[in-house]
Design a protein around this ligand. Structure first.
Ligand SMILES: NC(=O)c1ccc[n+]([C@@H]2O[C@H](COP(=O)([O-])OP(=O)(O)OC[C@H]3O[C@@H](n4cnc5c(N)ncnc54)[C@H](OP(=O)(O)O)[C@@H]3O)[C@@H](O)[C@H]2O)c1
Length: 261
């Protein structure tokens, strides 16, 4: 039996992706931090969609955690044909105002764990004819955001990494997609950041369910870069046409409200 494995699936975009995949009839392996939400999500999706869903609670920033996820799937005979690297977090504010430990954790989760998960599961994905790898980057991957410097860097890493291995994997059965949403209303921190942008943030804001619906559809169509929504697509295109120094000045001005977060 084939499974879709989703990290960070207990809430937010990951939970919405799990529901969208369940609607498509996919069986699920859901990974998140220990807590009651993950079990709840699995039970709910099994009851509503008649699929199989198994939870694995682990902190992906701990040493060798992705290997433990892989070992768990192998021990139980769960064959993974779709891997969705979704778990990640960000902070806003002047670079030097956030503790270094937070940045280290961010890089570990957003980048190191993602690379390790991909590395461990790739041979397994390659065994399937209908294999997909979907990674969560962000609309800001190509628009470095002042006052979110480390987060924006981790998302740019994911963007470059996925584009590169998509080309490497073109002769194989594995199709690689990058999901680059604009602001999505998921957790209270995100809401605070979106509100600090006033009207601008709210115009762009979207709901996790909408992002997930577009993401799963486009992933199955083998779209390389998935930016949900016409307005985020237009903004990314227009800003990327500008000379980089102008672009950075504009972004600094727009994101100045994040400075003291
Ligand atoms: N929200 C946005 O505006 C937005 C925009 C663009 C891109 N993204 C990206 O989309 C992804 C999901 O964002 P979100 O807003 O949906 O996040 P979220 O609501 O905060 O949910 C994060 C998920 O990741 C899990 N998680 C956090 N730390 C973990 C760890 N150390 N080990 C294992 N699992 C961990 C959480 O598990 P627990 O619940 O168990 O803690 C939760 O299931 C992230 O990569 C984010 O960068 C978000």
């Amino acid at each position: 039996m084939q499974y879709t494995l989703i990290t960070g699936a207990s809430m937010g975009i990951g939970k919405a992706l799990a529901e969208e995949c369940a609607k498509e009839g996919m069986h699920l392996l859901l990974v998140a931090l220990p807590g009651p939400e993950l079990d709840q999500v699995c039970q709910d999706l099994v009851a509503r969609y008649g699929i199989q869903a198994h939870p694995f609670a682990i902190d992906l920033t701990l040493e060798d955690a992705p290997r433990k996820v892989y070992d768990w799937s192998q021990t139980n005979g769960y064959e993974v044909n779709i891997l969705i690297n979704n778990a990640g977090f960000g902070t806003g504010g002047l670079f030097e105002n956030t503790p270094l430990a937070t940045y280290i954790n961010m890089v570990r989760l957003n980048n190191q764990a993602l690379v390790e998960m991909t590395y461990h599961f790739l041979p397994e994905l390659k065994r399937h004819n209908n294999a997909h790898l979907l990674c969560l980057s962000s609309m800001e991957a190509t628009l470095p955001l002042p006052y979110k410097a480390v987060y924006t860097g981790t998302k740019n890493f994911i963007y470059s990494f996925c584009l590169a291995i998509r080309e490497e994997l073109r002769p194989s059965t594995v199709r690689v997609s990058i999901l680059c949403p604009g602001p999505v209303l998921t957790n209270p921190d995100g809401l605070k950041r979106i509100e600090s942008q006033g009207g601008k943030g709210q115009i762009l804001m979207t709901m996790p369910e909408k992002v997930a619906k577009i993401a799963v559809k486009k992933m199955l169509q083998n779209k390389a870069i998935i930016i949900p929504g016409a307005l985020p697509i237009a903004i990314v295109r227009v800003l990327n046409l500008l000379p980089i120094l102008w672009r950075m000045r504009i972004l600094e001005r727009v994101f100045r409200p994040y400075r003291d977060m």
